[in-house]
Design a protein around this ligand. Structure first.
Ligand code: 13P
Ligand code: SF4
Length: 383
């Protein structure tokens, strides 16, 4: 059940990527294949393409798609791996902003492909550059030029990363947000953090920013803050959120703790403040995996993040080490856009590459990419 405090007042935005039926022209014959035929043909195509193709997969990908990866990781990890890659084609089993970042960080000769062009991120779509620029103008008016540094979560459009690059700002991910926010605060500046209010708030809390100096910019109401409130703000949060991570609530934590008294609760920092505060641990998807992998055999875990990753962890670690790993939300928490990349999408991409055809290339316009790279490189230097 969603917490009313975190739903906010807006409904779902329109995704920034076109609808599947408009662009995913996959022949019907592909959908007549059995799962094992798809699997075999995928591995065969991958082998035939050799070093020219490299497949990246985020932890939230479903197993049937995840199995084809050459490297997996959290958002930071995947950006770093993409940057180091020399393969001509990078097939990104993830969501749109991840493929954009990979395109920005790779050379002009390399081609980044998103197997399902409709795989967006609803949180990334909650901030657009025009509204952020309006907010920025208001901050400059109320507080003076250069008093704020913009930080964008990597879950955002390339145009917002470019905005940060052009305005002395930076990108962060869930695994480096504390170091990045500290970098900005160390410059004696205030911070405009978008799009995820929860990651921003949880990070500011960890760094000890007084709660009175953390405010929410309500984009539906021109911010909804007075000049005086803006002048007394250290961290200004955009009111975006992840629709998957706001589905965790206190009742679930209480229920699992009474059912399994020895359970450790570990959550992603996109969860609301009260969930992160109540959990035993929080961290990026890589950190969650690392903490559970390094835990004692036989331990019990309730994980507040996307279900495919939680299931995979349980499948790997229960038979081997008796670790019991379940999703904190008993009603299951899938990310529908991560889920929409299926093995048929991957097969269709790879077999077209074998025929010399590139489908679903993600190409960020040159000027946007140039400035977005400034903000991404600043982050990578600090990571
Ligand atoms: P990570 O960077 O922790 O993998 O998070 C990505 C994401 O989209 C979480 O919702
Ligand atoms: Fe976006 Fe949330 Fe899905 Fe992550 S889990 S990709 S933040 S919608």
């Amino acid at each position: 059940m969603l917490q009313t405090s975190t739903i906010e007042k807006f409904s779902f935005p329109i995704p920034s990527v076109p609808h599947a039926s408009a662009l995913q022209n996959i022949p019907d014959s592909y959908y007549q294949l059995t799962p094992s035929e798809v699997r075999e043909r995928c591995f065969a195509a991958k082998e035939a393409l050799g070093d020219s193709v490299f497949i990246l997969a985020h932890h939230y990908q479903r197993d049937e798609t995840f199995q084809f990866n050459d490297a997996s990781g959290d958002s930071l990890n995947l950006a770093q791996v993409a940057k180091q890659q020399s393969a001509r084609y990078i097939v990104f089993c993830g969501v749109h902003f991840m493929a954009e970042s990979a395109d920005i960080l790779t050379s002009d000769e390399q081609v980044v492909i998103l197997p399902n062009i409709t795989a967006g991120c609803s949180m990334a779509d909650m901030a657009d550059v025009d509204l952020v620029e309006d907010c920025w103008d208001e901050l400059n008016r109320a507080c003076g030029e250069n008093s704020f540094i913009p930080i964008t979560y990597i879950n955002s459009a390339a145009s917002l990363k470019a905005f940060c690059g052009q305005n002395g700002g930076i990108v962060c991910t869930s695994s480096n947000s504390e170091a990045i926010l500290q970098w900005a605060l160390d410059q004696g500046k205030n911070v405009l953090f978008f799009p995820d209010q929860h990651l921003g708030r949880n990070t500011a809390n960890k760094l000890g920013v007084p709660k009175d100096n953390i405010r929410l910019w309500n984009r539906q109401e021109d911010g909804g803050l007075t000049t005086e409130e803006l002048q007394n703000t250290k961290v200004l949060l955009w009111n975006g959120y992840c629709s998957v991570h706001v589905r965790f609530n206190m009742a679930q934590i209480e229920a699992i703790r009474s059912r399994r008294p020895d359970v450790k609760v570990i959550v992603h920092p996109e969860c609301p403040e009260e969930i992160v505060d109540a959990a035993d641990f929080d961290g990026s998807t890589n950190k969650i995996i690392q903490i559970i992998e390094n835990a004692e055999p036989g331990t019990s875990w309730a994980v507040g993040t996307e279900i495919n990753m939680v299931h995979r962890l349980h499948q790997e670690l229960y038979p081997k080490e008796g670790k019991h790993i379940e999703c904190l939300n008993p009603h299951v928490c899938p990310c529908s856009t991560m889920y929409c990349t299926d093995p048929v999408n991957v097969l269709w991409i790879l077999e077209n590459l074998l025929e010399g055809r590139v489908i679903n290339q993600i190409k960020v316009p040159r000027e946007t990419a140039r400035w977005a790279k400034v903000a991404l490189d600043r982050m990578l230097e600090l990571s």
